[in-house]
Design a binder for this molecule. Structure first.
Ligand SMILES: NC(=O)c1ccc[n+]([C@@H]2O[C@H](COP(=O)([O-])OP(=O)(O)OC[C@H]3O[C@@H](n4cnc5c(N)ncnc54)[C@H](OP(=O)(O)O)[C@@H]3O)[C@@H](O)[C@H]2O)c1
Length: 328
């Protein structure tokens, strides 16, 4: 098969089209003929040499695919309600940038009715991540207010639409007025251009001094101290990336007097059973919202897979809004 491999660690040019053996589905797995592969920021971090594949997983980049099941563990497929020929999208721990990819059967979800395979490929990584962090971890409730840092990211556009559809009020930050407008168009109630406005002051003004209930944070570093100041009583910060650095110094007194929680998680290395539980929630509670049009994939650009380097260069330019996808 053809695949995009890392010829080393470095800039986008290390992503190279190569030929390698087809993977073989093991116990519990299916083999997918890939039509499209989603691009995620963790792929960029892996390419730079800072996010290795978990032990036993493919060294090829790529955390999500959509395509057709062409082989697999018959018993696992039956238990998951899958069959040869089904069109699915799947979360994988690596190996997504390839014409064929193996995935645990329990991490496959049907292509939502009405969506193309390119659109379906843009879903798994951000929906699994956002569901797990906003609902399973931070316990975001209808009526609560959510602050999404990086609202125009692939993660951000998912968080805005999901939280909106489930009845939360949403404030986002983004790095340009155009990105702020795109977030408002997707359903955010307020957007803060963090390059021209102080998000702490803005959140206080928007919430009448109460603060937000949950912060979805992909920056960390010195943002944590400022987010602590943005939280309402019983507020929660959930950290999913450390783009602003790993060191944070914050007002611990506020954490106790206001009963705050600071948590975080990373999805890729979690066991299959953990991801299967998220998949069941997505299928029951989120796929219907996609199929009735309440939530739409937001695709900024589609590249032929051979142009994966250009796709990464676009992501690193931070010009995109939503997702970037590779097509095979
Ligand atoms: N923990 C997990 O399991 C997990 C899973 C998937 C992704 N992630 C992480 O989630 C993040 C988003 O991933 P993605 O694939 O959606 O990437 P992406 O589309 O490339 O988004 C990255 C975003 O970070 C924003 N950003 C950077 N510095 C910022 C700052 N100081 N304040 C506010 N926003 C800032 C950028 O927005 P501006 O241009 O507006 O600055 C950009 O929208 C990445 O850091 C990724 O590593 C974590």
């Amino acid at each position: 098969m053809q695949a995009i491999a890392l010829a080393g660690f470095g800039g986008p040019e290390v992503l190279q089209l190569t030929t390698c053996p087809d993977p073989v589905a093991g116990p519990g797995q299916v083999l997918i003929r890939v039509a499209a592969s989603g691009v995620n920021r963790p792929d960029v971090v892996q390419r730079q040499g800072h996010y290795p594949a978990p032990p036993g997983e493919s060294e090829l980049p790529g955390l999500e695919v959509a395509g057709e099941i062409v082989a697999g563990d018959a018993e696992a497929m039956q238990q998951a309600g899958l069959a040869i020929g089904d069109q699915v999208c799947a979360l994988v721990a690596g190996g997504g940038y390839a014409q064929f990819c193996v995935a645990p059967a329990v991490q496959c979800l049907p292509v939502p009715a009405g969506l193309s395979l390119v659109e379906a490929a843009s879903l798994p990584e951000t929906f699994y991540t956002v569901w797990s962090n906003l609902y399973d971890r931070a316990g975001l409730q209808p009526g609560e207010t959510l602050l999404v840092q990086g609202g125009s990211s692939g993660i951000g556009v998912t968080a805005i639409q999901l939280a909106k559809a489930r009845g939360s009020r949403i404030i986002v930050t983004a790095g340009s007025d155009a990105k702020c407008q795109a977030c408002l168009d997707l359903g955010a109630d307020h957007a803060i251009n963090y390059k021209t406005q102080d998000f702490v002051e803005e959140v206080r003004a928007i919430t009448g001094g109460k603060g937000v209930d949950v912060v979805l944070d992909m920056v960390a570093g010195d943002y944590v101290a400022r987010e602590v100041k943005c939280l309402a009583e019983d507020g929660r910060i959930v950290i999913i990336a450390v783009q602003g650095g790993t060191r944070s110094e914050f007002h611990a007194g506020l954490v106790l007097t206001r009963r705050l929680s600071i948590m975080g998680s990373t999805l890729r290395k979690q066991p299959v059973a953990f991801k299967a539980a998220i998949a069941q929630q997505l299928r029951a509670q989120v796929w219907p919202l996609i199929e009735n049009g309440s939530i739409k994939p937001v695709i900024h650009a589609v590249f032929p897979a051979a142009e994966a380097a250009q796709a990464h260069a676009l992501m690193e330019s931070n010009q995109h809004i939503g997702k970037i996808v590779l097509s095979w």
